[in-house]
Design a protein around this ligand. Structure first.
Ligand SMILES: Cc1ncc(COP(=O)(O)O)c(C=O)c1O
Length: 389
């Protein structure tokens, strides 16, 4: 009896307000590269996907799928164990090598997901004696990593160099190891970080810098190689995911050989997990080849996104944020945001409402992501829908 009561106590979950309970939805792929169909919608209605991070549509590229299939026949469906036991395959080594050359970094280490890679990064670069100075809008995985590292976490105002310098000046006086943590393209805001200026400040204050390039790789920087590509020596470590513009899955950390060796030897998140599936590594490698060959894809996507932003702005009806392919139409009120999501669905668009705690209170929004294949006709239809909302 006593034991049961104790169990009940332990099972107390956080109370979630009714209007914030999210429903898990399942989709079939639609006929077009950019369409989806809700599994539970009995009709055959297809929605135009304005929320996936598969910016180049590579997750459905036949060539890439075939490559992944052929490697699966040779190297197995799953890796069967961690990299340290018997899970390392030639495709892992090859992808790590090609990514390190592409990124201009000494060493790349693959992880099963970006969330895990970011936790590993925070744990590897900091400990209970360290101070992390992080942008206010960093991804949840970095916050979880920071917490589990035991370091002191300090936040600076989003993309605000003056506030960052204030914090650097204050906390470097404590003479503890300091790590600055930023993203190059913020996932919910669509804002680009002034990476070179941040790197310069980090150099002046002699602190380490970590950059999450999850949303920028393939798109920003020279030939889509990200914003850290031409200043590799000024960045301690970058993380990237293969599940967004690469259309595959998995992720990686890139850094110098010494830090990489430290991760290989000590990181639980690297050592005690089943190695990335060979098919995903093979697909990502093929995607990398396509991104390398089609050098203008990133710039093209930025240009298309600019046209979308300009057209939405012309309506003079919404406040819109975002510097490239991630655009946030700020609505503010949570219920109105969900109402707008539902309305857009009726109009044929899947554009998910993002609400607290993912974004700050009062900043609920419809976040749209632009894809390379979206046509002018789709843009016109979307603008008409927004006009009539
Ligand atoms: C900025 C950022 N970092 C890391 C991640 C995690 O990457 P993954 O989806 O590979 O776990 C995401 C994905 O949502 C992200 O947006």
């Amino acid at each position: 009896m006593i034991e049961l009561k104790l169990q009940e106590k332990q099972m107390k979950f956080k109370k979630i307000p009714k209007n914030r309970i999210r429903k898990l939805r399942t989709f079939f792929l639609g006929k077009k590269e950019y369409t989806l169909r809700d599994l539970n919608d009995g009709s055959s209605k297809e929605l135009i996907d304005l929320c996936s991070n598969d910016y180049f549509g590579l997750s459905r590229d036949k060539d890439i799928i075939n490559t992944a299939y052929n490697v699966t026949l040779k190297e197995g469906l799953g890796s069967g164990s961690s990299r340290f036991i018997s899970g390392s395959r030639p495709i892992h080594d090859l992808l790590e090598k090609k990514l390190s050359i592409w990124l201009n970094q000494e060493k790349v280490l693959l992880f099963p997901s970006g969330f895990q890679a970011n936790i590993a990064a925070m744990q590897a670069l900091t400990d209970r004696n360290s101070i992390i100075i992080a942008d206010k809008l960093i991804h949840n995985s970095l916050l979880v990593g920071a917490k589990t590292s035991g370091s002191k976490l300090v936040r600076f105002l989003h993309n605000d160099l003056i506030d960052l310098e204030k914090k650097l000046s204050k906390f470097t006086k404590l003479e503890k190891p300091v790590l600055v943590v930023v993203e190059s393209l913020y996932s919910m805001e669509g804002s680009i970080a002034p990476i070179k200026k941040i790197a310069k400040l980090c150099k002046i204050y002699n602190v380490q810098l970590f950059v999450d390039e999850a949303h920028s790789l393939g798109i920003l920087g020279h030939e889509g190689k990200g914003l850290c590509n031409d200043i590799p020596k000024d960045i301690t470590m970058i993380s990237g995911t293969l599940g967004k513009s690469f259309g595959s899955g998995g992720a990686f950390l890139a850094c110098n050989s010494e830090i990489a060796q430290q991760i290989i030897q000590t990181s639980g998140a690297f050592r005690y997990t089943t190695a990335l599936a060979p098919s995903l590594a093979a697909g990502a490698l093929k995607s990398l080849q396509k991104i390398e060959t089609n050098k203008s894809w990133g710039k093209d996507l930025i240009n298309i996104s600019k046209i979308w932003k300009d057209e939405i702005n012309k309506l003079d009806k919404f406040y819109i944020r975002g510097d490239c392919q991630i655009l946030s139409i700020i609505i503010g009120d949570e219920d109105k945001t969900i109402l707008m999501q539902k309305y857009l669905e009726e109009q044929g668009f899947l554009a998910i409402g993002i609400r607290p705690p993912t974004v700050p209170s009062g900043e609920s929004r419809i976040r749209i992501t632009i894809r390379k294949t979206l046509t002018d006709k789709i843009l016109k239809k979307f603008i008409l829908a927004l006009r009539n909302f």
